[in-house]
Design a protein around this ligand. Structure first.
Ligand SMILES: O=C(O)CCC(=O)C(=O)O
Ligand SMILES: [Fe+2]
Length: 344
């Protein structure tokens, strides 16, 4: 049951990779094969059996809401810097434009101009590893929100365990050699990952009618290896089916986390798994209703800054050609910043 042409998001159970019964090789192989079948065409899938405790997620969303409910002046005590690095701290509404990258990919200047004028109506807060000295964290002063730092740090490392388990499933799904598997794992220490708290404020129907240039998050691919997308019940996230061009809603479902392949794993897999195009839409637009606030928590698995990202040799051999040249995450990001002229 592949996903091509299918206008729903396939679901795969990865519990063999996240449960403590790690000896069950046969069930791992079966789950890995299912993952390959479902992820191959479009690079997106819903995962059950991901092993993230519901209580942890509930606390994560509560924490995020408490943070965004703080007065603007308090949130601005941990401001995202004007430059590109570090990509950490608080970004107020309008600072980041998600449409830009795909506008560039389309090669269409008029489309790019139109998309660049759209405001992403969202605010965000980016968190990383405290041991990363380049992408260093920008924390709120402790007295502003005392438990914020310790809880989000805990969440960051818990989610890293989940992404490592999923990376194991991806490695098995591609039948990489032991040497390749080790190399791919070594690129992912966790210290370059990014935890993002996102708040899309509610948008009234009047505001929608009056302000044409308002969006939530434009169509884009992620630069990550892959991304886990936790979300509340309000919906709006959509993935593009590459075969039909249609956008497919990633409907919130109990126990399901959506996962999308990012640009780095597209390269590592020599294009076997495509980097998924996705966006967040305003739900009230067509029906003249208010769009409720939405909270989401993406977690990006990101390779080490200077590790070599290249198609794995066994995949190049089976495919007959190497589709991507080697890059590093740093060189790739710099190139993307230049072509999109976006300073995130
Ligand atoms: O809010 C979401 O569900 C998606 C966020 C996203 O795609 C991103 O931050 O790259
Ligand atoms: Fe994204």
């Amino acid at each position: 049951m592949g996903s091509s042409g299918d206008l729903s998001i396939p679901i795969v159970d990865l519990s063999p990779f996240t449960s403590s019964d790690a000896n069950n090789l046969e069930s791992r192989k079966k789950a890995a094969q299912e993952l390959a079948d479902k992820l191959q065409g479009n690079g997106y899938v819903g995962i059950i059996g991901h092993g993230v405790p519901p209580e942890l997620l509930q606390k994560a969303f509560q924490t995020s809401k408490t943070f965004f409910d703080l007065p603007y002046e308090d949130k601005m005590k941990a401001p995202h810097p004007d430059g590109t690095v570090p990509h950490r701290g608080y970004s107020a509404i309008g600072r980041e434009k998600g449409y830009a990258k795909t506008a560039h990919d389309s090669g269409d200047d008029a489309q790019q101009d139109a998309e660049l004028s759209l405001i992403d109506y969202k605010e965000s807060y980016e968190i990383g590893s405290d041991e990363n000295l380049i992408q260093y964290n920008i924390w709120l002063p402790d007295d502003v929100y005392p438990e914020f730092r310790s809880f989000t740090t805990h969440l960051f490392w818990e989610l890293n365990k989940t992404t490592n388990a999923i990376l194991d499933a991806l490695i098995m799904s591609l039948k990489l050699t032991e040497k390749e598997a080790e190399a791919v794992r070594a690129l992912h220490t966790g210290h370059d990952n990014q935890l993002r708290l996102l708040h899309y404020p509610s948008i009234s129907s009047e505001m929608l009618a009056n302000e044409k240039d308002i969006g939530r998050l434009g169509v884009h691919t992620d630069w990550s290896t892959f991304t886990l997308l936790f979300q509340d019940n309000h919906g709006g996230l959509e993935f593009q089916n590459r075969q039909t061009g249609d956008f497919v809603p990633a409907t919130p479902k109990e126990g399901v986390v959506y996962m999308n392949i990012g640009d780095m794993f597209q390269r590592i897999s020599n294009g076997f798994y495509p980097s998924a195009l996705h966006r967040v839409v305003i739900s009230g637009e067509d029906i003249g209703e208010d769009t409720p606030a939405r909270y989401s928590i993406p977690y990006f698995l990101v390779p080490t800054a200077d590790g070599v990202i290249e198609p794995q040799p066994s995949l190049v051999a089976s495919h007959g050609k190497q589709v991507y040249k080697p890059v590093t995450f740093t060189s790739y990001s710099e190139e993307m910043f230049q072509v999109t002229q976006i300073r995130e």
